[in-house]
Ligand binder design. Structure first.
Ligand code: ATP
Ligand code: MG
Length: 283
């Protein structure tokens, strides 16, 4: 039995549970409970505040955890980061009042900075030789300058909308973050195969993200032109149609290039193009 710590509520909760569900690991969805158990997989779920996840994985109270990389960087917990999970993307940035001119990092010399991430900030400033007055506050960091609590802030940014609405501008990005899967350093040998199975499933899900399955009919004499447009995992699948002179081509394409590929395929005479979602990709 492996024990996984996830955020009990908040920005990472829903996506963490969805990832498990997509991986065929179904957990009774009672978020109020502290501990849950998967019905069809040897896994227990521990629901915690995100701040507590690095510590419980480091001390072995949980074997693995899903948490923002920013929390790992802040706590410097002794855990292994084994996968980036592609959600919960954000950055930790320094921001100052919008009307103030910013000459560079030296602006922060002697200034006060409000933050919930003092450890990351301290390390960053000392690596740059800047000394500032770091004021740790737990929440609502973005109101600190307007409230006269600090000259500037160091906080999580995703779209930047919160900064703008508080009259602030982002001037330095210090850390890029996303949700990560972390593991205790001394995982019990009996849990190693369970972890491998989880990784196998997570990787198949991530591999499928941003991919589409495409199939179409092509006049046989233009097949090579169409094939040149279609990258695939190995090579596109080609099948003859019952109708003489035509074949069916199947392939997997990246979402990002989907429309450009479809337009070019149309020009090679492709017809009856179907585009389907890809659920899992197993290499
Ligand atoms: P908890 O009650 O578990 O302590 P919290 O309030 O500290 O929750 P959330 O706001 O739920 O934390 O954010 C959890 C994580 O989501 C952050 O640590 C960060 O990794 C990530 N995240 C992504 N985008 C944002 C954002 N715009 N604001 C805050 N966190 C974000
Ligand atoms: Mg928290």
């Amino acid at each position: 039995m492996i024990r996984l710590a996830v955020q009990s509520k908040g920005r990472l909760n829903e996506e963490s549970l969805r990832l498990l569900k997509d991986a065929g690991i179904n957990v009774d969805d009672s978020k109020r409970k502290f501990l849950g158990k998967a019905s069809d997989f040897p896994l227990e779920l521990l629901y915690l505040r995100d701040d507590d996840i690095p510590g419980v994985v480091a001390d072995g109270s949980a074997d693995i955890g899903i948490v923002g990389y920013n929390e790992i960087a802040e706590t410097q917990a002794d855990v292994e980061v084994i996968r980036r999970l592609g959600f919960g993307k954000c950055r930790l940035s320094l921001a100052i009042p919008k009307g103030v001119e910013y000459p560079g990092l030296e602006w922060f010399e002697g200034k006060s900075i409000a933050t919930s991430y003092p450890s990351i900030l301290r390390r960053f400033l000392s690596s740059k030789g800047v000394s500032s007055d770091i004021r740790e506050i737990r929440g609502s960091v973005e109101i600190a300058p307007a409230a006269g609590i600090a000259d500037s802030i160091f906080d999580i940014v995703s779209s930047g909308g919160t900064l703008v609405s508080n009259g602030l501008k982002e001037v330095e990005t210090v850390l890029e973050s996303e949700a990560v899967l972390v593991c205790r350093k001394d995982l019990l040998p009996e849990n190693k195969p369970v972890l491998d199975s989880i990784l196998f499933r997570f990787d198949a899900i991530q591999e499928s993200r941003g991919k589409k399955y495409i199939l179409m009919n092509i006049p046989s004499e233009r097949l090579s032109e169409a094939m040149a447009l279609l990258p695939s995992m190995r090579s596109p699948t080609v099948m003859p149609l019952a109708l003489e002179g035509w074949c069916s081509v199947h392939s997997v394409v990246d979402d990002s290039s989907l429309w450009a590929t479809v337009e070019s395929l149309k020009k090679t005479g492709a017809e009856g193009i179907l585009i389907l979602n890809v659920d899992k990709v197993i290499d």
